[in-house]
Design a binder for this molecule. Structure first.
Ligand SMILES: Cc1cc2nc3c(=O)[nH]c(=O)nc-3n(C[C@H](O)[C@H](O)[C@H](O)COP(=O)(O)O)c2cc1C
Length: 341
């Protein structure tokens, strides 16, 4: 994989002179996390000894995510990035969950940036490499050693009530592709879903710091200008199903995260595990693509659980593999000033 990274210099941490500046830098790294429609539903408060994570209720997506599952998964992803970055700089003490009103969690930190903690270096670099690939994958299997590493990491999260299943059987992957296609057709048949999605879709020249630019789904400049209109008023199910199906069918592995419970706290842990595994994938030159249509739409999660013979409820799904095409441009992020409460 020809690796492109976000333009953030990890050495900049050592030029920060105050605790608040160091935490701001951790936030800058953390917010590169994925979120539904790139809505970035997070806010942060820096205290004298910690950083508090809040969610922004205005960013709730009533149509795409009525239960707020994906909102908390996105928050779990940003929290995991923050923790990994704090571990890399030797600043990490502990996380305490709050889950009351909009206050999600607090990460306690040491007031220092020690030398790099080597064991976290490749993970911290993965924070700068991760993107939602969406394209086709090479027909190469994932190395046994990489799979073993991913499964060992996931094992550590089982006490939080979340489990990772890595699906490699081609029949199962085909079933995942079919259920995703069904989910996309349902979503695209709903005018309110289309309206909400179109509000988050951006042209390739947009200066907005959130949402999904056309280039992120492979659109050149001119089509990116008519896409928001088409996304709103046309089903587009045929073309979206074709693109998503092609991508899923070429993936050597599908990672599904399941749980026995179904609550905001569980979803936060799902997000943490998902981000940790995705970072590990990038550390092994694999790219990842998130597809939740087979989980979010109506009662399809039961169908997915039966098809894959899961014990629990599927919560999140992404494919991984070596991407066929090189990644060029990252999606935008809100500046740190805008995500500080
Ligand atoms: C909970 C969650 C659900 C998502 N669902 C989908 C999805 O179904 N299809 C898709 O193409 N991308 C999905 N995404 C990816 C986001 O669109 C993507 O993370 C966001 O646009 C930012 O882009 P980036 O990941 O390349 O940085 C999802 C992300 C999260 C966190």
């Amino acid at each position: 994989m020809n690796v492109v990274k976000r333009q953030i210099d990890l050495k900049r941490m050592f030029t920060c002179t105050t605790f608040a500046d160091r935490v701001r830098f951790l936030i800058e790294l953390a917010v590169t996390a994925p979120s539904t429609h790139n809505s970035q539903p997070w806010r942060f408060v820096i205290t004298q000894e910690s950083c508090r994570l809040w969610f922004e209720p205005k960013k709730q997506l009533k149509e795409a995510d009525p239960s707020s599952r994906d909102l908390f998964i996105s928050l779990g992803c940003v929290l995991e990035n923050f923790v990994v970055a704090a571990q890399y700089y030797g600043m990490y003490k502990e996380v305490r969950l709050h889950m009351k009103e909009n206050f999600v969690a607090e990460v306690f930190l040491y007031d220092r940036a020690a030398a790099h903690q080597e064991e976290y270096r490749s993970l911290c670099e993965s924070i700068l490499k991760r993107y939602n690939a969406r394209g086709l994958f090479e027909r190469t299997n994932i190395h046994e050693a990489t799979l073993k590493r991913i499964e060992d990491i996931a094992q550590k999260y089982t006490e939080q009530g979340v489990r990772l299943q890595v699906v490699q059987n081609s029949t199962d992957i085909k079933n995942v592709a079919e259920l995703t296609a069904k989910g996309i057709r349902i979503a695209r048949s709903k005018p309110l879903f289309r309206k909400e999605f179109a509000q988050w879709f951006r042209t390739n020249l947009s200066k907005k710091q959130d949402g999904i630019p056309g280039y992120a789904v492979g659109l050149p400049l001119l089509p990116s200008f008519i896409a928001p209109f088409l996304m709103r008023y046309c089903s587009l199910a045929k073309v979206l199903v074709r693109k998503n199906t092609e991508s899923i069918l070429t993936a050597p592995a599908v990672c599904v995260i399941e749980s026995d419970t179904d609550s905001p706290e569980t979803w936060l842990q799902v997000g943490r595990l998902a981000e940790r595994v995705m970072l590990e994938c990038y550390a092994h030159d694999l790219a990842t693509s998130i597809y939740v249509a087979a989980i979010e739409m109506d009662n399809m999660s039961q169908e997915l659980a039966q098809t894959l013979e899961l014990r629990g409820r599927p919560q999140f799904l992404f494919t991984c593999g070596v991407p066929l095409t090189n990644h060029r441009k990252f999606t935008p992020r809100l500046s740190v000033d805008l995500v500080l409460k």
